[in-house]
Each structure stands twice: as C-alpha cells, then as structure tokens.
Ligand binder design. Structure first.
Ligand code: NAP
Length: 284
C-alpha cells in the first residue's frame, strides 16, 4: 500500500485540537489513504518545517495560533485571496503542484454558520477580542454590510489594528475601537461575538454583565469547548438567541478538506466525530 498523504495542524501549542478526529473520520469514511496529524513547532522551526512539506508528503495544513500571520511570508496567494495580506490570517495551506498556497476558511466558515442564524446586513455589532479569529470575523461581518462594529480588546493596539484593517478595505464602514466593555453599548446592539478565549476555563468569568444582555440580541461565542459557556447561559436567560462555535469549526474544516482533497466533505460524519470528541472531553 502507498504511504498515506499527510495533512495536519501547525501551531504552538496544538495538543487540544479537535481537527484530527474530524478530518480522520472524513478520510476513513471516504476511503482516502490519508492521515491528519498535529505539528507543534516553535517559531525557530517554522521556516524549515514549511520547506520540508514535500519531502514529508504533507499535502495540506491548517494553521493556528501563533502562526496565522507569519505563514503569509511562506505562501502564495490566489488573486481572490490577496486580501488575506490585510486580514493577516491564513488558516489553510495547500501544496499544489509543488507550490505552497495560502487560504482562509475561517471567514466563509463563520459567515455560513452566522447566516444560518442571522443576516448580519444592517446589524449593529459588538465584538469582544481582536486576535486572529476576530480579524476573520470582523472582516466577514463588515463585508456582509453590517451597520456598524464596535470592538473591545484588553490590548487597544490590537483593536485599533483591526479598525485600520477594515478602514483600509471598506473606507466608509463605521468601526470603532472602544476602551471598555460598557462602551460596546451592547444594550443597543443586534449582534455580539465573543472572539476572546475567556470562557474556555471553568474558572473564567463572564465578560458581559447580565443587564447588558437583551432579547433582541444574537450572541455568537466562538468557543466550542465547553459547548455552553457562561456567556451563552446568561444570554439565553436574558431571552437572547445564542450559539457556540462548533459549527464554525466544522464548516472551516469542511472547506479546508475540499481544498486539500477536491472531495466533497462528508459533513455529517465530521459533525458526529466532533460531537463525540466534545462528549469525551466533558467526561474527563
Ligand atoms: P487570540 O489571537 O489569542 O485572540 C484573543 C484576543 O482576545 C487577544 O487579543 C486577547 O488579548 C484578547 N483578550 C483576552 N482576554 C480578554 C478580555 N478579558 N477582554 C477583551 N479581550 C481579551 O485567539 P484567537 O485565535 O483569536 O481565538 C479566540 C477564541 O476563538 C479562542 O477561544 C478560540 O478557541 C476561538 N476560535 C474558534 C474557532 C472556531 O472555529 N469556532 C476558530 C478560531 C478561534 P491578549 O492577547 O492581550 O490576551
């Protein structure tokens, strides 16, 4: 039997990723001779690792913290992906005819799930966090012609950088970096997205006070483990509709799978694998 094609997740750290179960379930279901592995690499190892993809039979990668921006120096972008230089986030790498190409599937993955719940066009939006995921989310929401975006991050340099990115791409768009959560004016917003990791640990506080939440708000928490964060619970209590980020993970993964293999991703199989993994994690 031929040696399997290798795919995987590049980042540091990558230990708690759900991507291997999702992609390995899809390979097994479609009978594809391939394997998805974890590649935890230090920044000193990054350049050599990316130069060695072909020799290691690595055909494609997902990219996560802290390399979504750095890998831009090592990939080619198709014409329709050139804007990723401004977003500064590549989360998928494909080896095509010896060329290493970069893509972002977080953006369409997020917007697909959001659109299943709410049309962001014309909506007033608040974003918590201005890291790599927030950059993809803010771009997706601005491109969908939301009415405005107010963004808060503990590090204002990061939220101002997101504002600069959007102003460069959509000069007329109303986006503001605010100094504290109160200034997000959540009580007047239609959509709230948590793009911080706050909520992943049991001991984490809920960043939003109960009185800020209301029944006309849609709350999207990018966190998927735990599936029910304090923010989601509190939002539902206030009558708001609220979802976690597990479907975003599925949809971005499905798009990466298609880019790598040219096969239609078996989404139900991938979804079931993710849900089994969540159950296992919650038992531990
Ligand atoms: P990241 O690059 O580390 O960004 C998180 C940002 O939140 C950082 O700028 C951080 O600032 C900021 N932050 C931390 N605590 C804060 C607080 N109390 N108030 C305001 N801002 C705060 O991480 P990321 O890659 O964007 O990921 C963010 C979250 O999204 C993670 O939970 C990740 O698992 C999730 N995610 C989900 C999906 C999905 O498919 N569902 C995809 C990508 C990411 P400092 O750096 O200064 O702490």
């Amino acid at each position: 039997m031929l040696s399997p094609n290798i795919y995987g997740l590049l980042g540091y750290p990558v230990k708690h990723s759900f991507s291997p179960v999702m992609h390995n379930a899809a390979f097994a279901y479609l009978g594809i001779n391939a394997r998805y592995e974890l590649f935890e690499k230090s920044s000193e190892e990054l350049k050599d690792f990316l130069a060695s993809l072909k020799s290691k039979n690595i055909r494609g990668l997902n990219v996560t913290i802290p390399y979504k921006e750095k890998v831009l120096n090592f990939v080619e972008l198709d014409e329709e992906s050139v804007f990723l230089r401004q977003i500064k986030a590549v989360n998928t790498i494909v080896l095509q005819n010896g060329i290493v190409k970069g893509f972002n599937t977080d953006i369409p993955g997020f917007i697909r799930h959001l659109n299943e719940n709410i049309d962001p066009a014309g909506k007033k939006t608040a974003i918590l966090g201005a890291g790599g995921a927030a950059r993809a989310v803010v771009y997706a929401i601005a491109k969908s012609e939301a009415k405005d975006i107010f963004i808060y991050d503990v590090d204002k340099i990061k939220s101002e950088s997101v504002v600069g990115m959007i102003k460069g791409l959509f000069p007329e768009f109303d986006i503001r970096a605010v100094d504290n959560i109160g200034q997000l004016q959540i009580n007047e917003k239609d959509l709230l997205v948590n793009a911080t990791p706050i909520g992943m640990k049991d001991a984490d506080p809920c960043l939003i006070k109960e009185e800020m939440l209301h029944k006309n708000l849609f709350v999207y928490d990018l966190i998927y483990n735990p599936p029910e964060t304090k923010l989601l619970t509190l939002s539902r209590k206030a009558g708001a509709a609220a979802v976690n980020g597990l479907k975003m993970l599925l949809y971005q993964g499905a798009l990466s799978f298609k880019l790598w293999t040219n096969n239609n991703p078996p989404e139900e199989v991938m979804w079931n694998a993710l849900q089994e993994e969540i159950k296992k994690c919650r038992k531990q």
